[in-house]
Design a protein around this ligand. Structure first.
Ligand SMILES: *Cc1c(COP(=O)(O)O)cnc(C)c1O
Length: 875
């Protein structure tokens, strides 16, 4: 029989263990080992199966609960951990040492969050990063509020058909079984966000709150009774449909998200955010909603935009055009005509996403472009990605050199307590009395001897292998195999063989199948007599990406070969739970994207903090953190940093060259070093050789592990990342926002009026004539160069502009390189809008020296010279 209705009965816990409910309800347990150990103690079998405290508590009947409540030691543990949680939630932390210039509250918007496997609301790196951002913010005491959507089915679960084709299922989640609480009005009714939709329809959403340590995360859910069927499905799946479905998700996230925040402020007394962080373009409509709010208070469009931009931060996450959302302009217009922002001129909103630059499509509305136009501060997610992003968006800043495009970079990081293996933390605690890795004392690893490190690595590898065998058997059963056919899976992988991991989403640029370029060569590496390697591979393809699915199938078919299937496996359904065993268990983490298309990548960081060595193309984070001793760099056939496509070799040749380089590295450097001095002993003793005595240990390899932990540990941590955001972006954005708002928005009004005036006058601004004095026939370093610039400012005055000399080395085609800038001083009003500016430049280098002069708008409220995209260069 099927039930016609269902509801979840919440467990009522006896008073003295009631705090278990709090401990289960706050996701801090997901990175707090003592709390996990408490839940494990309640029912080790069930815990091992689900790692889900809410489900665990829900599984107990009354008698079991009474028995737990009668266990004095347990009660004491519950109360101690509850008190510990209280302290964690209220103690002063790093952020509380900052002055009052740090924002009182920060809103962080993201379309996905990967926090724990009990809340599967992520598809890949972007979501995991957002989850790690919230967790690190919580640990540091940063007053962040997360905003996102609650997807009824999250992202899909992946399995394989018999012939290796990806199968997708979407298990529907029951919000009542998740660690969420519904935000309610004082009268008990659910708090509700409402947006108008075309054809007199409306979109309602409830607001669920998850607690990520100290950080509340608000998730909007459109599956509510007041919605029609179509509106109920808007939050059905993460990145589910295209077109209208996606657009409505993003309108709900951005505009609905700000409304949800306002409700949350009203109900809880939380201060209004002083900074808004748009994590990738998907959430960009938050800027439009904030403009709508400001225009409701009487500001005009320009003033509202200036005030909104001042304290908005935009992070771009991808150099791959397909990763950027673009809608039809008409489609966006259609939705705004329904009255989403009735007081805001629609043509202004449409202009925010317009691709009105070379190569742009006038029919499209581009979410990343809107993100940049609505944020005064923007960043990419690694140094190289900053360079690539400045190139990618340089069309928005015509007349400026690429390096002046105002997009900075903050390199991503990973939340160490989540991603470091419990045994590493435990070893640190046993040896040093503190989980030193978590306490940031990474250099303590130099005090651990080789044997201990090597034994621990083998243990982690063995745990992974057990997990791989279990997953492989279960996958083969789903593929239709019987137990009798699966005896071989008991011997898959070997705990003494060099283990290499590769797991990530499967877009083309990540090149899942590069390793298959020369199958015979890979086979030889897997089966090498002295230096074998083994590979663990995983990854989901976007459901609509046939090419990705074909790559998975090619790989799975390769791994199905009985000659090598004990050395290479593909594991379906890559997710957080798998990742937490996979990263620590791999000796080497492989990454071979098409440079420079990997914005940052974080999986290699998670491997590194567990003592894994990276073997990667110099892309994303590895480009800045590879130092020659912490892993290996796979050479790139096309070292261009500005685009992934302007190859000097064909894509086919490029794959051949880079695959060959990968095989060479594995064969000649990685594998020999791993087996090191232990090679003869271990090989002679066969595959199940006991751990080698210490004089046989691969000391060089272990030295690389130590070096990796000590140096990369602090650099890749999400705490470093969040501190960078606070210092470099949140605090300056907060200052600009406060400034803009002071005295009834006086500065924002002034800035907006000035921008309007400057834009109107700019066509008449030019450099008319430049002359220079003081250069002898034989110029030398240190000689001064006197520059007089005669500029035409039209209706502007000298105080509206900055006149600069740009000087540097002159390359081919007279391009300036290593450019420096010196401002010239206003000297004389020549009448009729003409002015003389002059100053001295020091000739600071030998060789070919060149200079030019330019005029830029200048205002105290500007954060970057290129911000308005206005410049008049001498020609
Ligand atoms: C870390 C992680 C990712 C992101 O990895 P990239 O290196 O950025 O591709 C994706 N999925 C899971 C489950 C992860 O843990």
């Amino acid at each position: 029989m099927k039930a016609i209705r269902r509801f979840t009965v919440r467990t009522v816990l006896p008073d003295n263990i009631a705090a278990l409910g709090r401990l289960a309800g706050n996701l801090r347990w997901s990175w707090h080992r003592p709390t996990q150990q408490l839940f494990e103690r309640l029912d080790p079998v069930l815990w091992a199966k689900s790692h889900d405290p809410v489900a665990l508590l829900g599984s107990f009947n009354r008698e079991q609960l009474q028995a737990l409540a009668a266990d004095a030691a347990l009660v004491e543990q519950v109360q101690a951990l509850s008190a510990d949680l209280d302290r964690y939630l209220s103690d002063d932390r790093w952020y509380q040492t900052l002055g009052s210039e740090a924002p009182a509250s920060i809103a962080y918007f993201s379309p996905e969050y990967g926090i724990s496997s009990v809340l599967p609301q992520y598809s890949g790196g972007l979501g995991i990063l957002a989850g790690d951002h919230l967790k690190a913010a919580s640990d540091l005491g940063v007053p962040l509020i997360g905003v996102g959507l609650l997807y009824a089915a999250g992202y899909f679960k992946q399995s394989l058909s018999r012939d290796g084709w990806q199968q997708e299922t979407y298990p529907v989640l029951d919000p009542d079984g998740l660690p969420l609480t519904l935000l309610r009005e004082a009268d008990g009714t659910p708090a509700q966000v409402e947006l108008p939709l075309p054809n007199e329809r409306r979109l309602l959403a409830h607001i669920w709150r998850a607690d990520v340590g100290r950080v509340p995360l608000l998730l909007l859910d459109s599956n509510v009774a007041g919605n029609d069927e179509a509106a109920r499905h808007i939050t059905d799946r993460l990145y589910g449909g295209g077109g209208d479905h996606r657009l409505q998700q993003e309108l709900l996230l951005g505009m609905g998200g700000v409304k949800a925040l306002r409700i949350y402020e009203r109900l809880t007394g939380t201060p209004a955010p002083e900074v808004f962080h748009t994590n990738e373009g998907h959430a960009g409509f938050l800027g439009v909603e904030r403009i709508r709010e400001l225009m409701d208070t009487g500001l005009n469009w320009h003033e509202a935009q200036a005030a909104g931009r001042a304290n908005t931060v935009f992070t771009t996450h991808t150099p791959v055009p397909a990763g950027i959302d673009r809608f039809e302009k008409l489609q966006v217009e259609h939705f705004f005509r329904a009255g989403l922002a009735p007081n805001v001129p629609i043509e202004k909103i449409l202009a925010l996403g317009a691709e009105n630059y070379d190569g742009g499509d006038p029919t499209k509305f581009n979410m990343a472009v809107m993100g940049l136009r609505l944020a005064q501060r923007a960043n990419g997610v690694a140094k190289l990605h900053g360079v690539v992003s400045r190139g990618m968006f340089s069309g928005l800043f015509p007349g400026f050199d690429t390096q002046e495009v105002p997009i900075a970079s903050v390199t991503n990081g990973v939340h160490v307590p989540t991603w470091v293996d419990a045994r590493i933390a435990a070893l640190a605690k046993a040896k040093f009395g503190t989980e030193s890795v978590v306490a940031r004392q990474w250099d303590k690893v130099y005090d651990v001897d080789d044997e201990e490190i090597w034994n621990l690595r083998r243990e982690l590898r063995s745990t992974l292998i057990d997990d791989v065998r279990r997953r492989l058997r279960s996958s083969w059963k789903k593929r239709g195999a019987t137990d009798a056919e699966l005896a071989w899976t008991k011997n898959v992988l070997d705990p003494d063989v060099l283990t290499i991991g590769f797991a990530r989403r499967v877009p083309t640029y990540k090149r899942l199948t590069l390793m298959l370029r020369d199958p015979a060569r890979l086979k030889a590496l897997l089966l090498h007599k002295e230096h074998p390697i083994q590979l663990v591979i995983a990854g989901k393809s976007h459901p609509a990406d046939e090419q990705g699915k074909r790559m998975i199938q090619d790989l799975v078919r390769f791994t199905d070969d009985p000659a090598i299937r004990h050395r290479i496996v593909f594991l379906p359904n890559y997710d957080i739970a798998m990742a937490r065993t996979l990263f620590p268990g791999c000796d080497v983490w492989l990454n071979n994207p098409l440079r420079p298309l990997e914005a940052c990548g974080t999986s290699g960081m998670k491997a590194a903090i567990n003592g894994g060595l990276n073997l990667s193309v110099l892309d994303g984070w590895w480009d800045e953190m590879y130092d020659g001793d912490n892993g290996w760099a796979i050479p790139t056939a096309n070292p261009s940093t500005t685009s992934g496509t302007d190859s000097v070799v064909s894509p086919e040749e490029r794959d051949d060259i880079e695959a060959a380089a990968l095989y060479d590295l594995l064969e000649n450097q990685v594998a020999p070093r791993f087996y090191g001095e232990a090679a003869e002993g271990a090989a002679a003793a066969g595959p199940s050789a006991p751990v080698a005595p210490s004089d046989r240990l691969p000391h060089q390899w272990i030295a690389m592990i130590r070096h990796t932990l000590a140096n990369l540990g602090p650099a890749v941590s999400a705490e470093r990342m969040v501190e960078d955001y606070v210092r470099q972006l949140y605090t300056p954005a907060c200052a600009a926002g406060r400034d803009a708002r002071a005295a009834d928005f006086a500065v924002a009004r002034d800035f907006a009026a000035w921008i309007t005036r400057v834009r109107a006058a700019w066509p008449d601004v030019s450099v008319e004539h430049v002359d220079s004095l003081g250069v002898s026939d034989n110029p030398q370093i240190g000689d001064p160069l006197r520059v007089n610039a005669y500029v035409r400012l039209g209706k502007l005055s000298p105080s509206d502009v900055c006149v600069e000399v740009a000087h540097g080395q002159v390359g081919e085609g007279d391009e300036l390189d290593q450019t420096g800038f010196d401002a010239l001083s206003f000297k004389e009003d020549l009448g009729e809008g003409r002015f003389l500016f002059s100053g001295e430049v020091m000739i600071d280098r030998s060789g070919s020296f060149g200079y030019t002069v330019r005029v830029l708008p200048l205002h105290d409220s500007m954060a970057a010279k290129a911000e308005l995209g206005l410049v008049a260069n001498a020609n």
